[in-house]
Design a protein around this ligand. Structure first.
Ligand SMILES: [Zn+2]
Length: 146
């Protein structure tokens, strides 16, 4: 049987004869990415599923008070990253859905005032438009021209 290319990692794999439309290989990371994509799609297309998820999360948060505050305290990097990603989602939601092209609005500017010995113009999150790759935090610094 012909091999299929995994849409998440790009590796080629042998498709299972039982599943016709396989898109992800057996790599656990790719399976997780596939499940997350399925849930994202389900939340967008199925109002009942969306409501159920929301209720479930609310109940869970009620049973685990302070969990997310503690999580943000223990993981400031992740909390900052999530804020950046949410800012991008908010901007995307405000712009037209057909406007998928990369523009300045998908780059969230962070901590522009942080200064060190060298001149930092700002901290940015690079968010790949292609799935799979993780967001990357970078400092943009000014290089003096000699
Ligand atoms: Zn894969």
């Amino acid at each position: 049987m012909e091999q299929i290319q995994c849409i998440y990692c790009g590796d080629f794999f042998d498709p299972s004869p039982r599943h016709k439309k396989q898109s992800a290989c057996r790599n656990p990371e790719c399976q997780r990415a596939k499940k997350a994509a399925w849930q994202r799609d389900k939340i967008h297309t199925d109002p009942d599923y969306r409501l159920n998820q929301k209720l479930g999360q609310k109940q869970w948060a009620k049973a685990n008070p302070g969990y997310w505050r503690e999580y943000r305290r223990r993981n400031p990097e992740k909390a900052e990253r999530n804020r950046a990603l949410q800012a991008i989602r908010n901007r995307k939601a405000r712009s037209s859905p057909s406007d998928a092209k990369m523009d300045a609005s998908v780059i969230a500017k962070m901590d522009a005032s942080k200064l060190h010995n060298f001149e930092i113009l700002g901290q940015f999150w690079l968010i790949p438009v292609i799935a799979k790759m993780d967001a990357l935090k970078v400092n943009i610094i000014k290089i003096p021209i000699c």
